[in-house]
Write a new protein. Sequence first.
Length: 385
Amino acid sequence: MSATPEKNPGKKTPGVRVSGLTVVYRTQAGELPAIRGIDLELPPGTITGVVGESGSGKSTLALSLLNAVQPPGRISAGSVEIDGLGDVVKLRGEDLRKARGRHIGYVFQAAQNSLNPLKTVGKQLLDLGRSHGVDDLRGLVKDARELLGRMGLDGARVLDSHQHELSGGMRQRVGIMLALVLNAHLVVLDEPTTALDMITQANILRIVREVHAERGLTTMIITHDLGVVAEVADRLAVMYGGQIVEQGATMDVLGAPRHPYTQGLIRAIPRLVGDIDEASALPGRPPTLGTIPAQGCVFRDRCVLRMDVCETVEPPVVVRGTSIVACHAVEAADRDGHAPAAEAPEPGTGGGESPASAPETAEEAQETVGARGPAGVQDIRGEQP
Ligand SMILES: Nc1ncnc2c1ncn2[C@@H]1O[C@H](COP(=O)(O)OP(=O)(O)OP(=O)(O)O)[C@@H](O)[C@H]1O
């Protein structure tokens, strides 16, 4: 079912290594970092989920993988090494245009609104194919129809339609089709299922996983929804205040979360089994560009484990098994050989819950996060002040 695979000889499942990536946006207060010093690896053939509240920098990270951060933003430091392409941060002009679509397929967050209103979907598909030098345009159309069909749409009808004739959910599926149809082997999906109802969302996630496996893709999915991650992702990166605070194999991170933020996110999810009142919202709000601390731990203002050192010193990176955590309290606990202890939180600083109620086993995490299926699980979008 691959689109013109013979046109892509030698394309292999790429690994991706993000190193020291910093992106700044120009504001009235000067250039401020939206993500700072991010290190992340996407191993070939894996699906990595990136979660975090609104404003944590997920979309900025996704755009950076395509070197598509637009002014007033810019990548100010770091590299994004993609096997077969090199450092995309250094790509310019035609090389960059060719890489997008052909090597890196993507669905942006506003995919529902990104179609050209004046052209049918089919015409836009042909334009896309031509601009990327696809010779077998019939094969491209056939693959597009098949992909749309798998996502529950009448492919021929959709290709004949203009944007205004399609619902938000249909447009979102068109976006996913356009991301996959050129047979890119690195696929970046930014909130691919937000406009979809639960059943359609589950269906789309199943297809994303199937296509990922069939074509040997490396995939990154940005989402607010821990249920989506539990459903599809092999690996998980948790973002807060422009940094990755915890990452690892999904079931390790969800089954035994170590960072207080990850524990808070999981505790905030209502459980279907047991006492539904056990769920407790994460107190406080995530920082904005202007309020992200310039030094020390970005999460400290909402953290029940906050210590003096968190004010000024970058959290050390603690590795255990597949999981990598950036936290002073976790590091101190590892050093002293006990679980991180929560101090009584000060009034108004947030917190108050012991981290002990986070799930302790992979089974318990699945029960918490996955019990309601991929959709309808607690959305962790935090409100921006
Ligand atoms: N064009 C821009 N100009 C100024 N600041 C921006 C711009 N785009 C994003 N930001 C800021 O950068 C930070 C990270 O935003 P980003 O959209 O990457 O986060 P996110 O985690 O994807 O959020 P959401 O889930 O709401 O999309 C936020 O503080 C946001 O306000």
